[in-house]
Design a binder for this molecule. Sequence first.
Ligand code: KE4
Length: 433
Amino acid sequence: MTDRNADLFERAKTLIPGGVNSPVRAFRAVGGTPRFVQSAQGAHFWDANGQRYIDYIGSWGPMILGHGHPAVLEAVQKAAVDGFSFGAPTEREVELAEAIVELVPSLEMVRLVSSGTEAGMSAIRLARGATGRKKIIKFEGCYHGHADALLVKAGSGLATFGNPTSAGVPPEVVQHTLVLAYNNVAQLEAAFAEHGSDIACLMIEPIAGNMNFVRASVPFMKRCRELCTQHGALLAFDEVMTGFRVALGGAQSVYAKLIPGFEPDMTVMGKVIGGGMPLAAFGGKRAVMEQLAPLGPVYQAGTLSGNPVATACGLATLAQIRQPGFFDALAARTRSLVSGLKAAADAEGLPFCGDSEGGMFGFFLLPELPQHYQAVMKTEGAKFNNLFHGLLDRGVYIAPALYEAGFVSAAHSEQDIAETVAAAREVFRQLVR
Ligand code: KE4
């Protein structure tokens, strides 16, 4: 029997670099042949061979309701009939801005764009324009999209100005990007002591899903807030992954419960906000946001920004997740997955630790939860790759890279969780041999 995934991958590779339109999809970290998705429904998708998988990627976060939710499908179909794109303002953009500002109290205004990268890039430009400052702080292991200024890795000794992680990014472009270790208060304080008056913003993933799942500690997050306030820098939360995913109010609502009065100055959003369609956003206080064109001097624009079909998809998705009890149920289902995996790993004597918040989870084949990037990378890559393929062979699709988070949707049933845990137990048993 031919393997249509392999055939499609060979065809794709002659026309599309690496055969994919986003690198992580190529399975290069884990090896093997990517699964070409033919269709999806609920918590499952079917590949080009008709094989079913339980989907724990969900398009890397957007599909929080599961694939093909009827209310969302109906909203998108109706919007499409009314028009795909106008390049002119629409009522739904106002409705979506109202919903976002209502659900994320730190925001007074938002600007809709088409991708998380575009939102993050624009937020950085706005922070620099609004403060008149050049430097930005990011953390090793956090990913904020592929804008040049953010494609930096820590210098040789951390807390140096970044070195480009990508060819094509001139060192001059990243010379003002300071890369610090996540959860390292001493480095943070030293950076502000030295550069505080020239720092435009500190951008952080509050729960770092691009390190699989690493929480910013409360003391660390408190100091980020205090030092930004003290030095007049903007605290920018990159909630592209955590926004409307870990809680209705995003990760900032989680930290507001732990740190009285906490809120960021700016927020970058994406993924869930578009429900699977190309839609992202960035927002903040009015005084900062009104620096944006056409009002202010900071230019930012987009042909498909606030696209009428995408805003319909986002609004229909938000309408579902704001239903009473939605996040309680989702968080409980996600916790049951992580605790089931932990029990299975313990039963087989495999080092394993996991964590979750709302519908986002992560786990490590390590004895304890890592607090920063260097610790995350202590995971044995080969062991993770064997786990990935063992699960894939059993119809369970997790992220094809150890540094990526996982996502549970409202469509994942107790049976899906039970099947996943049973499959994992078999694979764990093989891993410890
Ligand atoms: P996009 O440009 O891919 O829409 O968003 C960039 C981005 C920004 N900020 C955070 C915290 C993100 O996680 C992302 C994108 N996430 C990756 C998965 N880690 C998307 C998957 C991919 O690159 O194909």
